[in-house]
Design a protein around this ligand. Structure first.
Ligand SMILES: [Fe+2]
Length: 297
């Protein structure tokens, strides 16, 4: 059943208060064949897409628009007091529509005018080297499909809501766009998969799952948190550690379910300093300096 504004959306999803989501392979987005067919039909036209090619237009269904509206309403309500004000201001600048799933070109044109960034469609899974490397060129790979309507407040895989709501807000801000380019430049220089993995962990625990933790409380800035209603609601229950590159380098992350560990910076200025310091200098010796085992070339 699709949610309407004003309903308690937390009751419409199988997420329990302790964050249990059930086994990954039981998620309706994995098991529903009709949904998988629709998802394939949306994704297939972007296969073989090159950076800079226009994104294929998608004719979204009323059900997909309704999912967008439900998630939009729930997230905006959850942002109050839980999200960094700088991110909320950037989100306003992005002018994301509340009432329909936008085309990537619709939001991308706005981002281009603000920061020079644009979306490029992900025609399927995108490997780290391509995904992170494209950031150096001002492109963010975005999904075009919409999450399963039975579970609108959680998706284990990035959909257009995650990419456009979360990363679109960041990429409307010159300040955040600079950090994305910084990640991209470091990834483009990386030779080994180990170094790339290290950069991708730092990206994950900052621009995806980062929080600011100070005396006034915990506020999210990471794009994954900005689009995860359940995690936003239980932000204060997460295990939050201080920003520490060696700790981050050793911490594995979950691609399904709520993150058990988040890393907090003291402020967004602290984040920028920490990312510049690490990403400007990261090289093939960094992993060994941090005491990480190597897995080969
Ligand atoms: Fe993301």
């Amino acid at each position: 059943m699709m949610a309407c504004m004003g309903e308690d959306l937390a009751d419409l999803t199988p997420i329990t208060p302790d964050g249990h989501l059930g086994p990954a392979d039981q998620h309706p987005g994995i098991r529903d064949r009709e949904y998988r067919r629709r998802r394939h039909a949306v994704t297939a036209p972007a296969r073989g897409h090159q950076l800079g090619d226009p994104a294929p237009l998608v004719s979204y269904t009323e059900s997909e628009h309704a999912t967008w509206r439900a998630v939009h309403a729930a997230l905006v309500a959850a942002y109050e007091g839980r999200v960094c004000p700088e991110v909320l201001a950037a989100r306003e600048e992005a002018r994301l529509p509340p009432d329909h799933v936008p085309q990537l070109s619709e939001v991308g044109a706005r981002l281009r005018s603000l920061t020079g960034f644009d979306f490029t469609p992900a025609g399927g899974p995108v490997r780290n080297r391509r995904f992170l490397g494209a950031l150096a060129e001002g492109y963010f790979h975005a999904a075009q499909y919409v999450r399963h309507p039975a579970m609108p407040l959680y998706t284990p895989e990035p959909d257009i809501i995650h990419d456009v709501f979360g990363h679109g807000a960041h990429l409307a801000s010159p300040w955040f766009a600079d950090l994305y380019r910084l990640v991209g430049a470091a990834a483009a220089r990386a030779v080994s998969e180990d170094t790339l993995d290290l950069i991708s962990r730092v990206y994950w625990f900052s621009l995806e799952y980062g929080v600011v933790a100070d005396r006034s409380g915990v506020r999210a800035y990471g794009a994954a948190l900005l689009t995860s209603y359940g995690e936003l609601r239980r932000l204060r229950l997460a295990g939050i550690r201080g920003w520490d590159i060696a700790d981050i380098a050793r911490t594995s992350y979950r691609t399904f379910g709520y993150q058990p560990v988040l890393f907090g910076v003291r402020s967004l200025d602290h984040l920028a300093d920490a990312l510049h310091e690490f990403l400007n200098d990261v090289d093939e010796d960094t992993g060994a300096r941090l005491g990480l085992p190597t897995t080969g070339p």
